[in-house]
Write a new protein. Sequence first.
Length: 420
Amino acid sequence: MSLLILGVNHASAPIQIREHLAIADQTLPQALRSLTDLAPISEAAIISTCNRIEIYCSVDSTAQGEHVLTQWLSDFKQLAIEQLQPYLYSYSDEDVAKHLFRVGSGLDSMVLGEPQILGQLKQAYTKAADAETLGKDLNQLFQQCFNVAKKVRTHTAIGANPVSVASTAVSLAKQIFADLGEQRALFIGAGETIELAAQHMHANGTRDITIANRSLQKAQQLSKLYQGQAIELADIHTALPNSDIVITATASQLPILGKGLLEQSLKQRKHKPILVLDLAIPRDVEPEAAQLRDIYLYSVDDLQKVIQQNMQSRTDAAARAEGIIQVEVDNFFHWLRGQDASEVIRRYREEANQQRELATEKALRSLKQGKSAEEALQQLGTLLTNKLLHKPTEAIKAASAKGQRETIRTAKTILGIDDE
């Protein structure tokens, strides 16, 4: 078996492609099971976040597996292979482990060292486990990834001064507004990204906070943390005219904020500008809204322009993390290669035990028939030796007849036979 990954991320594909390929939570079990129904794929896990969509598999053949995965993704997301191919990357075996360990450690994120991805990987692992598409290989791979990420954060400064997409969004707001304490903020959604953004905004002085969410109860729970107010999504139009900063990150498959609604809100504000930070994939805000003169709209991709500040310590830590990751990749593949040996050893021991039991039974019958203990023991030893040596001896003879010198050298190593 081999490991294989096929995917796109923020570096390989623009936001339009990523949002088209995003796989919603409700369709993930179906997607996973349809993958493992395909001939070369025995295990599967899918990571779908705003910055990456990656499929991890255990396959019989990497060449066949890559072709099948590409066709599956094309069919599942109804996107022609020609449109998809330029943005895809794939890795196999050791490179799969290295890539996943780098992802889990925050080395492959838009914001170097951001911790959110580890939680998202754990969710992807749980969903694959629930769908029963994880086997021994991927299970061990993800468990090792979680351990590596912990080790990297413990032994390097990659997690110092935490930075996430949410905190980067707030950093952008700080560049635009001199004093965040004077601004009124509207958060749309109530997930982890919005919670982090609200936390950062509150820490930077913003006190007038409104949380809008499809579930009013979840909005109320989050708003209480910051002494804010909660509204339902249907009431966004009442909050927009009073909002200076809008940060949105929902799981909606369709835009929450349209150009028309924002234009209407601007009129009510007498064209006082609104900063809109769209952290969702697919996007929550119609791209056309950026055409409005007093709307300052930034998507996830736009945040790359402000995430290069104060990153030197994380860059240094990343170099040390790469060393840790390489050691752990070697450890994982030492384990993986050992699985084949473990199966051979198990079966060989099982067969040897069967031969021992047969030889012992025969010796006991001989004793009952009146043979001496010495004769029975000699018979036992001879029979057991012949049985255990028969197959290896025949295999060595066959290899010799075919001129397979490497096989004979391997046999000598396994049997511990010294040339001298």
